[in-house]
Design a protein around this ligand. Structure first.
Ligand code: NAP
Ligand code: GDD
Length: 342
């Protein structure tokens, strides 16, 4: 019988790539989707006709228990979150509820449905396996570079704090109940399906608009921030590998290479034959109340224990996104409408 996976955050970037990967591996894939008429569900269904949808919301404990009872998954991937860092200052409480407490609700749904009792540690074998989407934002103001699985956390946003809660809680359920519950500490990963609010996609869409004569300038915040950017299609494979491991452990996933936002901008404009200095305007209003200056992964453990390696370089990623956005806008597609997903 096919193994069954339940993915929260199925309408997001990672949900789509993970679902594709699991379908390729022969899984029966279920996606948890919220809302009465969520347009992102129709977009997802167009791309992933074989994914089955179960309704539920990370804010609603009962809905998660019902979803787990109905699907009876072998593996649960908790990717649902408020994931845009600036929004976490504007809606800090909601971020804590969805991105932080949502992890507790999902773990409780699994614990209750698999009959694991409080105080009674169960054997990890034969249980539903749980993956938590932890984030390099937990490192925040970094204490060492590069960051590995033992680096201390110093989150700099309500989002980072909520992720740290989810991370420690996942570890705690593993220790308290013997659950096969792991966290992937993923560094920034991008793709042509990245949300338009994140800096890579904002830049590649801006480049495409300028190239096609639809805009003349692109307003950005801090150009000096540095990130370790990889391709989302590579990173979802690491999520799956973590749940196939012999023992439940956490892993850092990234490329080990850092670039600044300025270098990102230079690469994207030059991929379209444009000079960024003619078009980019720095806007102080887009700076954050507390910035994460740099993030750089040490992915040695994932390479050694999971055999995981990224396959797409920074330059290839930027070129892929610029080309995709040029194609999208040339064909009259609207990235703000949810019809278009390459
Ligand atoms: P994304 O594109 O922003 O997707 C977020 C998903 O969360 C969407 O499917 C959204 O569904 C869902 N969601 C929001 N509120 C929800 C709720 N109350 N109940 C259930 N689902 C809800 O994010 P992503 O880039 O794919 O990232 C996936 C996960 O990895 C997130 O947890 C993110 O924080 C984490 N992460 C991402 C990165 C990265 O660089 N991409 C790095 C580290 C960690 P709707 O359609 O209902 O809004
Ligand atoms: N979004 C955005 N917009 N960021 C900008 C801009 C702008 O106009 N100008 C400069 N930046 C800088 C931000 O200040 C930040 O330092 C960097 O670009 C990256 O911003 P984002 O692309 O919004 O990503 P993030 O690093 O804050 O968070 C992403 O990665 C995390 C993992 O490290 C998200 O995907 C999180 O969900 C994820 O956990």
């Amino acid at each position: 019988m096919a193994r069954r996976a339940l993915i929260t955050g199925i309408t997001g970037q990672d949900g789509s790539y993970l679902a594709e990967h699991l379908l390729d591996q022969g899984y029966e894939v279920w996606g948890l989707a919220r809302g009465q008429a969520n347009p992102r569900v129709s977009r997802m269904r167009k791309l992933l006709a074989d994914v089955q949808v179960v309704r539920g919301d990370l804010l609603d404990q009962g809905s998660l228990i019902s979803a787990v009872e109905r699907v009876q998954p072998d593996e649960v991937y908790n990717l649902g979150a408020i994931s845009f860092v600036p929004m976490s200052w504007e809606q800090a409480e909601l971020t804590a509820e969805v991105t932080g407490m949502g992890v507790l609700r999902m773990l409780e749904a699994i614990r209750v449905c698999s009959g694991v009792s409080r105080g009674g540690a169960a054997s990890p074998s034969g249980q539903m396996r749980f993956y938590q989407a932890s984030s390099s934002e937990m490192f925040g103001q970094v204490t060492e570079t590069p960051q590995n699985e033992r680096t201390a956390f110093h989150p700099r946003s309500p989002y980072g704090v909520a992720k740290a809660y989810g991370h420690f809680l996942t570890q705690n359920y593993r220790e308290s109940y013997g659950m096969f519950a792991v966290s992937g500490i993923l560094f920034n990963h991008e793709s042509p399906r990245r949300g338009a609010e994140f800096v890579t996609r904002k830049v590649t869409l801006g480049v495409a608009r300028i190239k096609l004569g639809l805009a003349t300038e692109l307003r950005l915040g801090n150009l000096e921030a540095r990130r370790d950017w990889g391709f989302a299609g590579d990173y979802v494979k690491a999520m799956h590998l973590m749940l196939q491991a012999a023992s439940p452990e956490d892993y850092v996933i990234g490329t080990g290479r850092m670039k600044s936002v300025r270098e990102l901008v230079e690469a994207a404009f030059s991929a379209a034959g444009l000079d960024w200095e003619q078009h980019v305007v720095v806007d102080q209003a887009l700076h954050r109340p507390a910035e994460v200056d740099l993030l750089c992964a040490d992915p040695k453990k994932a390479r050694a224990q999971l055999g995981w390696e990224p396959s797409v370089s920074f330059d290839e990623l930027v070129a892929m996104m610029v080309e995709s956005d040029l194609r999208l806008l040339s064909a009259g597609g609207d990235p703000d409408q949810d019809s278009s997903w390459p």
